[in-house]
Design a protein around this ligand. Structure first.
Ligand SMILES: [Zn+2]
Length: 322
């Protein structure tokens, strides 16, 4: 089953390795696993690690330049997606389709021109925050009474005008509802699960899932163990999160955004405060088809699985990317 993964932090590994003068990192360290998992496309996120949060903009540029070099030099194997037709081209040319996203936009600060700059660099998705609060909005670790700023509203308008996919995964609830009020296009939660099944602030309450579906967007289900189950995360439990969304809003609004982190360095991983659990047989992209199998065992047929595995996200990209 062909899969689109709406959230990957591979670019952090790319940037760290390029700093050590290693090249062709996607091809030599990641492509094999992506191919084994049948990942035909993915959003590669530009995520500023907490240890770099004192200079968010500098690190954003470092990751963006590393990504630009890798995507250009690896162009025989990967397709840098900037418009919807690039997905078709990637398939025809037998390449993995990579879309760049910003996991948090604190780097914009008060300079809205940077949103245009990021778009011109090929970035086609973005969330206003990671966990922090910034000049645009408030993430899950910020003040729960603070939502998005006037400035953040302006950023949403520019993103929608340019054709960038708005991602709400890390926002706190107040920011989420502010975005819902101001967004005019479908928006996504690229990597979040169901709060009713695992009460974690990174997961979505039923009303939030309904709002995303109402917008025409998609929730990408996340394989970070702590978002799946507090004590005993399993593939079956992850499949239950998918099932829950299907029953709540329908099969058209759920997708996959795995958030695999095994390649991050230990310092960065420790800062993410996971509880040390892993999901057996689903720790990296090479094992994605195990989830597809679990869904088959739950009774999903091929047509339904195709929607979950990639078609739902493709619908959003077709509508938003120009
Ligand atoms: Zn994330």
């Amino acid at each position: 089953m062909k899969v689109f993964d709406a959230h990957s932090d591979i670019l952090n590994d790319v940037t760290n390795k390029r700093e050590l003068s290693i090249e062709n990192i996607i091809e030599n360290y990641h492509l094999d696993r992506l191919q084994r998992g049948n990942v035909f496309g993915s959003i590669f996120s530009i995520w500023v690690e907490p240890e770099h949060s004192n200079d968010y903009r500098k690190r954003t540029f470092e990751i963006l330049s590393a990504a630009s070099a890798e995507l250009y030099r690896g162009r025989d194997k990967v397709k840098f997606v900037k418009r919807f037709e690039d997905f078709t081209r990637a398939e025809r040319e037998n390449k993995t389709a990579i879309l760049l996203g910003l996991e948090g936009m604190a780097s914009v600060k008060e300079d809205i021109d940077l949103v245009y700059f990021f778009y011109q660099c090929g970035i086609r998705a973005g969330g206003l925050t990671w966990n922090e609060e910034n000049t645009l909005a408030t993430g899950i670790s910020g003040n729960s009474n603070r939502g998005i700023t006037k400035y953040g509203v302006g950023v949403i308008e520019v993103m929608e005008q340019l054709g960038m996919v708005l991602d709400v995964s890390h926002l706190n609830e107040k920011s989420f509802w502010d975005v819902n009020k101001h967004a005019k296009r479908p928006y996504i939660a690229s990597h979040s699960n169901v709060f009713s099944l695992r009460s974690h602030p990174r997961n979505l309450k039923d009303e939030q899932i309904k709002a995303i579906a109402d917008s025409g967007g998609v929730v990408g289900i996340n394989a970070w163990p702590d978002f799946v189950d507090e004590n005993n995360p399993t593939i079956e439990k992850l499949a239950t999160h998918i099932d829950y969304i299907v029953r709540l809003v329908g099969i058209e609004y759920v997708g996959l955004g795995f958030d695999f982190c095994h390649f991050l360095d230990n310092g960065t991983l420790d800062s993410l405060l996971g509880n040390g659990n892993t999901i057996p047989n689903l720790t990296n992209a090479g094992q994605i088809q195990n989830l597809v199998l679990a869904l088959k065992q739950k009774g999903y047929g091929d047509e339904e699985l195709n929607k979950i595995a990639h078609l739902n996200f493709m619908r959003v990209f077709k509508e938003i990317l120009k």
